[in-house]
Design a protein. Structure first.
Length: 97
């Protein structure tokens, strides 16, 4: 009876050790993925901000009229970039918390 208990506890101990090792490895992989994701967000944020700044500079010179097709497309692109800028700011804020 005692031998069976020792064997059972040994099997459970080995299973626990293996489970903990697997969880550790999964956590390390998740940290690497999170780091890559954060880097990707930062790169996109910089690109969106740069593009948005250029769009605002063009808009300040009033090179595009809202009445023509180019102006409508310009306004749509400006709204899209603003939306992306807002999104990336939200993502970096969430990552920082």
């Amino acid at each position: 009876m005692l031998l069976a208990l020792v064997i059972l506890l040994s099997v459970l101990l080995v299973a626990s050790i293996i489970g903990n090792i697997l969880l550790w490895k999964a956590g390390e992989r998740q940290l690497v993925i999170n780091e890559l994701y954060t880097k990707w967000i930062a790169e996109w944020r910089a690109l969106v901000f740069k593009t948005y700044a250029h769009m605002k500079l063009l808009d300040e010179k009033q090179m595009f009229e809202k009445d023509d097709e180019v102006g409508v497309v310009f306004q749509d692109m400006q709204q899209l970039i603003q939306s992306l800028n807002d999104r990336t700011e939200e993502e970096t804020t969430e990552q920082g918390e």
